[in-house]
Design a protein around this ligand. Structure first.
Ligand code: HAM
Length: 426
C-alpha cells in the first residue's frame, strides 16, 4: 500500500460539525462591519515577497523566520500572505482607489500563513477578520477602531476581554526612541540572546518581541517613561476610552511585531486562551502607504484571529450557530414527493428559500426517512427547530413546528410559520 498523504503540520481541515461555527462567525462579522460602512475586500493569497519585507520589516520575526516564501516557475520571489494590511495597501495603491474616494473603509476575512512552531492557538495556516480605515484625518479613527473591536467581541459574548494599549510616538519621536533604546540595550548586550543582537542592529524595537526567558529582565526594565513619555494624542484617546467605559491597561512593552506601526497600538486578550492569549491586535500605521510609493496617508486597523476567537467563545459559538438551524422533515410518500406532486415540492422549495432569505438556515431531510430518523438526524446536527410536513399538512398548507429544546410542537399555517420563526430569530 502506498504511504498516506496527510495535511501539513499546523494546517487544519475544517469539517462539517465545525464549519457551522465558522459560517456563523463570518456572518456576524459581515453584518457588524457592513453596518458601520465597511466594504469587503479580497486580495490574493500570494504576493511579491518584497511587499511584506518592505512593510512588516526585515528584522520582524514574521519576515525573518516565519514566511512561506519561494521562487515560482517564472523565478519570481513570492510569499503566502502572513497578514493582510500590506496586501490591502498594495491593492489600494495599485488600483488608485484613493483617487475615487477621499477615504476608504475595508473589512476582510481569510487565511494567513506563518511558519511558526505549531501549538495550541498557534497555527501555520490561520484565519483573520480585519478592518482597515484608510485616509480618515484626525484622531477619531483611533477611538473608533478600539470601540468597534471591543463592541464586536462583546456582542459575540467573548468572556474576559482585556484591552492593552501603548503609544509608539510619531515618526520624529520614534527615531529618538530607537536611538535611546539602542543606547540602553547596547549597554546590556551581554545579557541578550543572539537574535536580539541581530534586532539591536536592524531594528531595536523588535527586541520587545523576544520570547527568550533570559532576555525578559532586561526588556522589562527598559526605562520607557524616560525614553518615550506617552504623547498628548494618546492621553486624549485613553481619556475617551474611560468615557466609553472600555477597560484598558497601558502596557509599555507592547510594540506589536510589525514595523509599520506608529502612535497608538493595541491588543485584546480574552479568558481561556492559555499562553497565546492575544485575540486581536492593531494600531495606527501612517507610514505604510508612503513606504509603498503612495503619498502620505493616515491609516489604522486591526485583525482578529478567528481560531482564537472560536476557542474563546467555546460552546457559545456552537449554540449560536444552531440557533438558526431549521430541519425540514418531509414525511410524505415517495409518490407525493415526486415531480408529479409539484405542489409539495414547490411549497418546500419556496419555504426553504424564503427562510434562507430571512437569515435562517433551512436543511432538507431525505424524504425517504421515517419521522424518528429525521428527529435523530436533526438532533445530531443540533437543529433548534424541526418542521414536519406530512400529507395532511401539505394538503392544508400547514406545518408542524417542533422546538427541539423543550420538545413542544404546534401546528401552524404557512403564513404563521414565518412569523413564529421570525420571533425566535430576533
Ligand atoms: P497580528 O497581531 O500579527 O496583527 O495578528 C492578529 C491576530 O491574528 C493575533 O492577535 C492572533 O489572534 C492571530 N494570529 C496571529 N498569528 C497566528 C497564528 N500563528 N496562529 C493563530 N492565530 C494567529 C496583524 O496581522 C495586523 N495585520 C493587524 C492590523 C491590521 N494592524 C493594522 N491593521
Amino acid at each position: 500500500m502506498s504511504k498516506k498523504i496527510e495535511a501539513l503540520r499546523g494546517m487544519d481541515d475544517i469539517l462539517p460539525g465545525e464549519i457551522e461555527k465558522w459560517q456563523w462567525l463570518e456572518e456576524q462579522a459581515r453584518l457588524f462591519f457592513q453596518g458601520y460602512g465597511f466594504k469587503e475586500i479580497r486580495t490574493p493569497l500570494l504576493e511579491h515577497t518584497d511587499l511584506f519585507s518592505r512593510s512588516i520589516g526585515e528584522a520582524s520575526d514574521i519576515v525573518h523566520k516565519e514566511m512561506f516564501s519561494f521562487e515560482d516557475r517564472g523565478g519570481r520571489h513570492v510569499t503566502l500572505r502572513p497578514e493582510m494590511t500590506a496586501s490591502v495597501a498594495r491593492c489600494v495603491i495599485e488600483k488608485g482607489l484613493l483617487s475615487q474616494a477621499k477615504s476608504l473603509r475595508f473589512f476582510y476575512m481569510g487565511p494567513m500563513f506563518r511558519a511558526e512552531r505549531p501549538q495550541a492557538g498557534r497555527k501555520r495556516q490561520f484565519h483573520q477578520i480585519g478592518i482597515e480605515i484608510i485616509n480618515e484625518a484626525g484622531q477619531a479613527p483611533d477611538l473608533e477602531s478600539i470601540r468597534l473591536l471591543h463592541f464586536f467581541l462583546k456582542s459575540l459574548g467573548v468572556p474576559g476581554l482585556k484591552l492593552r494599549v501603548n503609544d509608539l510616538g510619531d515618526q520624529a519621536q520614534q527615531q529618538k526612541t530607537a536611538e535611546n533604546l539602542r543606547d540602553y540595550f547596547s549597554k546590556q548586550k551581554n545579557s541578550l540572546c543572539k537574535d536580539c543582537h541581530y534586532r539591536l542592529e536592524k531594528n531595536v524595537l523588535r527586541i520587545f518581541d523576544c520570547k527568550n526567558e533570559s532576555c525578559q529582565p532586561v526588556i522589562d526594565q527598559a526605562p520607557w517613561e524616560k525614553i518615550a513619555p506617552l504623547g498628548q494624542d494618546f492621553q486624549a484617546i485613553i481619556e475617551r476610552l474611560k468615557t466609553w467605559e472600555i477597560p484598558f491597561e497601558v502596557k509599555r512593552r507592547l510594540v506589536r511585531g510589525l514595523d509599520y506601526y506608529n502612535g497608538l497600538v493595541f491588543e485584546v486578550a480574552a479568558d481561556g486562551l492559555g499562553a497565546q492569549d492575544a485575540l486581536a491586535g492593531g494600531g495606527r500605521y501612517d507610514r505604510l502607504y508612503s513606504d509603498l510609493g503612495e503619498k502620505s496617508t493616515p491609516a489604522i486597523g486591526f485583525s482578529i484571529g478567528m481560531e482564537r476567537l472560536l476557542t474563546a467563545l467555546g460552546d457559545t459559538a456552537a449554540d449560536k450557530a444552531r440557533e438558526n438551524l431549521i430541519y425540514f422533515a418531509p414525511i410524505v410518500s415517495e409518490e407525493e414527493f415526486s415531480d408529479k406532486a409539484k405542489n409539495i415540492c414547490q411549497l418546500l422549495s419556496q419555504t426553504i428559500s424564503k427562510l434562507g432569505a430571512l437569515g435562517m438556515k433551512p436543511v432538507l431531510g431525505d424524504p425517504k426517512l421515517k419521522l424518528d430518523d429525521h428527529l435523530k438526524r436533526a438532533n445530531k446536527m443540533r437543529a433548534r427547530y424541526v418542521i414536519i410536513l406530512g400529507s395532511d399538512e401539505a394538503k392544508n398548507k400547514q406545518w408542524t413546528l417542533k422546538d427541539m429544546d423543550n420538545k413542544s410542537q404546534k401546528v401552524v399555517s404557512h403564513g404563521q410559520l414565518f412569523s413564529e420563526l421570525k420571533q425566535v430569530n430576533v
